[in-house]
Design a protein around this ligand. Structure first.
Ligand SMILES: C[S@@+](CC[C@H](N)C(=O)[O-])C[C@H]1O[C@@H](n2cnc3c(N)ncnc32)[C@H](O)[C@@H]1O
Length: 480
């Protein structure tokens, strides 16, 4: 890499800072506060784009100027950071530090409150401070900063020590999200007896709204194009956060002639349906009582009971499953679809680390990849990496997390197109909010591929997926 490139990265950072300053200068000048207008400006499209360029350019610049061995060491030992973050959350240190105020608290006092060994705690908090997730304000004295305080549940540390099982109630779900990673694989085990973990998972899913620009689903599909009173099925819908947002926007129960009056069916496993109903009864019981929304226990690997859906929504469901299982889920929806039914997949769209050309008309496994509305060939111009490098790292972490925890994955657009094609769906459109990699992918009814036809029979399904798993697990199976 030449100095010309480094200078150009430097200039990019300066220009992006100018953009951010302009947006903030037009707003009130208030000190940092999680609920302040300055914090909400981070969702301004100009700010999002500028932030992405800064993170991408700064990451590229440090990777370029740092001694390669040290960058490799950093990457090689970075696995300690998640453990330290997890400890910060689980020991309620953020709440303890909030109570201590901006001057911070000596690690001895923190340790007295949360029972962690003070020497180990000091090293862990210092590692976090070194990664800008806390401050060491004087020797062994730590205080919250903007990053750590995002984990604050707002509850008193005393209350959390007394009843840690209620920690995530009535929170935005961010601490639940950070707290849950190490137990993910057990979550979908049928009859999981660990209610606390299941409930935390539901709340953590609420925390994932931060992956999306608020309300992105409203623009991710042309809801107004649907006939009045259409049925939307939120498959694997969790506690129904997406449907709740849509129901508030399009089905307020008024008799207004212009109202779309959409109806929602939220399907999930029994234990989750139970939690969802409780959540809706607490927040918007009128939507259940009026029949605008209903929960339904349904296993998405079995035949889909709703045969007149206008839209099937799959939000962050497919990324939990390897292709053979995801294909089965899609096929069950395809079997129940009418030619007018649309499929809305809401998941990250993993960008390539190079420019895509979309020139070949078929993705590797089949499925048209040309002519998809909203498909982008690259996210940034040179000298930045075409995928915005470090600024997109989050989605690659998510991909690996899903692979390790569930044998699932995040998918590139090509992979999503192939997967959809293999189950008789044709992808027509992708919508992403500016600066976000979270996509709303619309697909329509299409002909069934050969594999998908095989999947129609249960023997075929067992054969196909054991054949695929067999590549890794040497599972034996007879051909149907
Ligand atoms: C990652 S969550 C997404 C939840 C929801 N769509 C959202 O965006 O908040 C995946 C959901 O799939 C559900 N799930 C897992 N296996 C299922 C199955 N066999 N049938 C139906 N739902 C299932 C889980 O209970 C969980 O609620």
């Amino acid at each position: 890499m030449t100095f010309a490139v480094l200078r150009s990265l430097h200039a990019l950072i300066g220009d992006a800072l100018d953009d951010i300053e302009r947006v903030y200068a037009e707003s009130e000048n208030v000190p940092f506060d999680a609920n302040s207008p300055s914090e909400s400006l981070t969702a301004h499209p100009v700010v999002i784009s500028a932030v992405n360029r800064i993170v991408a350019a700064a990451g590229q610049m440090s990777a370029t100027v740092q001694i390669p061995f040290l960058t490799l060491c950093d990457a090689g030992m970075g696995f300690h950071l998640p453990s330290c973050l997890r400890l910060l959350e689980a020991t309620h240190t953020v709440e303890i530090l909030r109570e201590a105020g901006p001057e911070g608290l000596h690690v001895k006092r923190i340790a007295e409150k949360n029972g962690v060994d003070k020497n180990k705690l000091a090293h862990i908090l210092r590692l976090l401070a070194t990664h800008h997730i806390l401050r060491e304000v004087s020797p062994d004295v730590f205080a919250n900063n903007r990053l750590s305080s995002a984990l604050d549940t707002g509850k008193s540390s005393e209350e959390l020590m007394r009843s840690p099982e209620t920690k995530y109630n009535d929170t935005n779900g961010i601490s639940a999200f950070v707290g849950m990673w190490y137990v993910l694989p057990t979550l979908f085990v049928p009859d999981n007896p660990n209610r606390f973990r299941l409930e935390r998972f539901g709340k953590a899913m609420t925390g994932t709204v931060s992956w999306e620009v608020p309300g992105a689903v409203l623009n991710g599909f042309d809801w107004q194009s649907l006939p009045k009173g259409s049925t939307i099925v939120d498959v694997g819908g969790g506690i129904g956060s997406t449907s709740m947002l849509l129901a508030h926007a399009y089905s307020d129960g008024s008799q207004d002639d212009d109202a779309l009056g959409l109806k929602f069916v939220i399907q999930d496993r029994e234990v989750v349906v139970d939690m969802g109903q409780k959540a809706w009864k607490a927040k918007c019981p009128e939507l259940l009582e009026s029949g605008i929304a209903q929960f339904q226990v349904h296993d998405f690997f079995t035949p889909q009971p709703i045969k007149n859906a206008a839209v099937f929504i799959l939000r962050v469901v497919l990324h939990d499953w390897p292709d053979a299982f995801a294909q089965r889920i899609l096929l069950r929806l395809r079997e129940a679809a009418t030619p007018d039914t649309k499929l809305l997949i809401a998941d990250f769209v993993l960008p390539l680390a190079c420019t895509d050309n979309f020139e070949t008309s078929q993705s590797e496994e089949g499925g048209e990849i040309t002519g998809i509305q909203g498909a982008e060939t690259k996210l940034a111009p040179a000298p930045l990496l075409p995928n915005l490098g470090k600024a997109s790292a989050n989605v690659y972490w998510m991909d690996m997390t899903m692979q390790c925890m569930f044998n699932g994955q995040e998918r590139t657009l090509r992979e999503i197109v192939s997967l959809a094609h293999s189950a008789g769906w044709k992808v027509t459109k992708v919508t992403k909010a500016p600066g976000s990699l979270f996509g709303h992918i619309v697909a329509r009814w299409a002909g069934l591929a050969r594999d998908a036809e095989l999947l129609h029979s249960d023997r075929g399904w067992i054969y196909l997926h054991t054949k695929r798993l067999g590549r890794d697990l040497a599972v034996e199976s007879e051909e149907p």
